[in-house]
Write a protein that binds this ligand. Structure first.
Ligand code: DX5
Ligand code: ZN
Length: 221
């Protein structure tokens, strides 16, 4: 089992002071910074692009975990790589040529992830799972922070855990995103998740350090 990483999502941070916000969660014990990029087409919301992420990067030493909720993500892979991405995750639903996009990300020296929405079966990523560094199982429908965790997604996490064993993919990271709190974190970790994205449960709280500690304590094995 990999170590559990906590990745606060800046979607729930104060956009007027992103530099200070990422520095605060780094001091508070976060492992990665989750960067939600939305294009207003793939999801019904708009956030920011590589220029804003590049402005945040100097304010933290933590790996930047970029979640591209956008159509044609391959167009932006070079810019996010240049802006300091550690991992770039694209949606299987948004990529006709998923294999090509995953390898494009790797060619830029960045770890590659594939994400699936709650209604997308895990089988969609079967032919690419051995090529990626991370699989992101969405535990809400992407687009907004602060939504309720969808318990049916646990089934896919368990299935993926089994694949990892069968295929010997010990290094593969399994990320969950949406509705993760100290109450839901134990469920997803038990089912095989090891990267926990938390937006509202961290940035929505007055004491971010305590919020991160609460999630970590909830999954201490
Ligand atoms: C949802 C985003 C998430 C979001 C999670 O579309 O991909 O990363 O920030 O927010 P919470 O943790 O508040 O559900
Ligand atoms: Zn996300």
């Amino acid at each position: 089992m990999n170590n559990i990483y906590i990745a606060p999502s800046i979607l729930s941070a104060d956009f007027a002071k992103l530099g200070e916000e990422v520095a605060e969660v780094e001091r508070g014990g976060a492992d990665w910074i989750h960067v939600d990029v939305m294009d207003g087409h793939f999801v019904p919301n708009l956030t920011f692009g590589p220029l804003v992420m590049g402005a945040i990067a100097p304010h933290t030493k933590l790996p930047l975990d970029v979640h591209l909720m956008m159509e044609n993500p391959e167009q932006y892979v070079p810019a996010f790589a240049k802006a300091g991405a550690h991992v770039i995750t694209v949606h299987a639903e948004a990529c006709v040529h998923l294999h090509r996009v995953i390898h494009l990300i790797k060619e830029h020296g960045v770890k590659a992830g594939v994400a699936i929405n709650p209604a997308t079966p895990l089988s969609v990523v079967r032919e690419i799972v051995e090529d990626v560094d991370l699989v992101l199982i969405m535990t809400v429908n992407p687009g907004f922070g602060g939504q309720a965790f969808i318990p049916a997604t646990l089934r896919k996490l368990r299935e993926l855990k089994q694949w990892k064993q069968e295929l010997g993919l010990e290094q593969l990271r399994v990320e969950v995103d949406g509705g993760i709190t100290a109450a839901t974190a134990p469920l997803v970790v038990e089912a095989g998740a090891d990267v926990l994205v938390a937006g509202n449960a961290v940035f929505g709280q007055a004491d971010r350090k305590q919020a991160i500690a609460d999630i970590r304590d909830s999954v201490r094995l």
